[in-house]
Design a protein around this ligand. Structure first.
Ligand SMILES: Cc1ncc(COP(=O)(O)O)c(C=O)c1O
Length: 491
């Protein structure tokens, strides 16, 4: 007669799954032992009987039994057969789910609590047709052969120097040196390698900064329209998010002062160069007032300068970190200079802050990725990065203008926008929210994906808009995309 677990085992062993069948049977048996449905000392059916029940070759059962005997789950009792090892503790049959078909199929459910991913993920899955980004460089323009050569040189160099083992969590000394020199020469930051900590993307830099600044309940200020992944990182570290106002001159500093009087503010997250998502630059008087408030209330300014290198009008303002290094933690990224897939970002800050960040890195992955960092250093040192940026900046300037023309011809009835002086995206404000709703509802039906208009709002009730990157689209692609967006938005 078939024992209940015998039947259950039959259900558990899904012969359609990949992997050796004997292992699936072994796992099924372990599961039954853990659940207490097969008790210590209990005999198993003969390999022939079980093979017949499960419709598998007898040898498969013999191999599964042998494996479990070797692991100590089962014991062979000579000619009497095979039984569950008597040295195992009894499983908890009382806690086992009822022996119903529903509870015993192969289940993806866990039996322990954990923090699940939110319903709306931060990374946008690619659409079947086209994924619109929020302003990334065109990866197709990046010469892959340059990258391959840099990797080869980096790997060979690091191997020769016996540098392919564990090392300083602050990152490759050469890359830190190169980045410090770039920041000194091009952005006016008075930094050396000791001020630089390399991270896997600036997102990691922001997360680690949150880790070292925030104690549960501390407040972090963000503008009412802002960069969702940063907000999510602050929340994940226990911060209370407090939103402050924003207009065409940047953050509302009076609001910042009010928030500081009301909350224990540890930090403010800002993107002064090109505000994310609206693209406006923070005016100098706002910057100075913000620095004053940071000194008065002893909070850190996290300055995310994510797309510094692309500006199409006048010379950009210097980063706040260049004139207030003791109050600013500066987050930078190579995602736009090179490509996001390299995952190279950095924090520029006081050496003690860099040490604190590096300690966090040693908790996460021990250190960074030596070969990738050396390859990036190679590209910076050889001048290839500058050449690439100079070349692509011209292409992006043309694409920006063409995008604006297409916006004028395709979407002028639907949206308002201002031409961005820099950065790689437009901020589209809809005249009628119903049009935006239609657009967001219909776009996925034609395989078009982009960040939700809600993703920029730090709190409910904030106005919505779309941030659409222009740099990664050729002029023809941009036209096609904007025509599609218009069709989706029209009644
Ligand atoms: C506001 C902002 N910060 C940072 C980044 C860069 O992130 P990462 O260096 O992690 O690729 C982006 C990328 O688009 C961004 O929009």
């Amino acid at each position: 007669m078939l024992r209940p677990w015998n039947l259950l085992l039959k259900k558990r062993v899904n012969i359609d799954l990949d992997g050796p069948r004997y292992l699936q049977i072994a796992h099924g048996l372990i599961h039954e032992i853990e659940r207490g449905r097969l008790l210590p000392g209990e005999y198993l059916p003969s390999s022939r009987d079980l093979a017949e029940t499960l419709k598998v070759n007898r040898k498969t059962i013999v191999t599964a039994y042998e494996e479990l005997i070797a692991q100590g789950w089962l014991a062979s009792v000579g000619t009497r057969g095979t039984r569950v090892s008597t040295s195992l503790p009894e499983g908890d049959a009382t806690n086992a789910p009822h022996l119903s078909a529903k509870s015993t199929g192969v289940s993806a459910e866990t039996e322990y609590p954990f923090l699940p991913a939110p319903d709306r993920l931060l990374a946008i899955p690619a659409g079947k047709w086209r994924k619109l980004d929020e302003g990334v460089a065109d990866g197709r323009l990046f010469p892959a052969d340059l990258l391959a050569r840099a990797y080869r040189k980096a790997a060979e160099g690091a191997s020769r120097a016996n540098a392919l083992h564990y090392r300083d969590p602050r990152g490759s000394p050469r890359l830190r040196q190169e980045i410090a020199s770039m920041l000194r020469r091009q952005r006016g930051l008075m930094v050396g390698a000791e001020n630089i900590c390399i991270t896997r993307g600036s997102q990691m830099g922001v997360f680690l900064t949150a880790r070292i600044l925030i104690r549960p309940g501390d407040a972090v200020l963000v503008e009412r329209l802002t960069y969702e992944p940063a907000v999510a990182a602050f929340r994940a570290c226990g911060a209370k998010i407090v939103t402050v106002g924003l207009d065409e001159d940047g953050v509302d500093v009076a609001d910042v002062e009010r928030a500081c009087r009301k909350h224990r503010v540890r930090a403010i997250f800002v993107t002064p160069h090109h505000q994310f998502p609206t693209t406006v630059s923070m005016r100098p008087e706002r910057r100075l007032r913000l620095l004053e408030l940071a000194r008065q209330f002893a909070f850190a300014i996290i300055e995310d300068d994510y797309d510094h290198e692309f500006h199409f009008g006048a010379q950009p303002l210097l980063p706040m970190a260049s004139y207030a290094p003791a109050r600013v933690i500066y987050a930078g990224s190579m995602s736009k200079l090179l490509v996001p897939a390299l995952r190279i970002g950095y924090i520029a800050a006081a050496p003690k802050v860099v040490d604190a960040l590096a300690y966090q890195i040693s908790l996460i992955d021990g250190m960074g990725n030596t070969v990738t960092e050396e390859a990036a250093a190679e590209l910076l040192e050889s001048g290839e990065v500058r050449r690439h940026v100079r070349k692509t900046a011209q292409i992006y300037a043309r694409r920006r203008d063409a995008f604006a023309r297409n916006l004028d011809s395709e979407m002028h009835r639907l949206i308002d926008y201002r031409l961005p002086d820099g950065g790689l995206a437009f901020w589209l404000q809809f005249k009628d929210m119903a049009a935006l709703d239609r657009l967001e509802q219909r776009a996925p039906e034609i395989g078009l994906s982009f960040a939700s208009s809600q993703s920029y709002a730090a709190e409910e009730g904030t106005e919505r808009g779309l941030r659409i990157g222009f740099a990664s689209l050729t002029e023809e692609e941009a036209k096609e995309v904007l025509q599609a967006l218009r069709r989706c938005a029209e009644p």
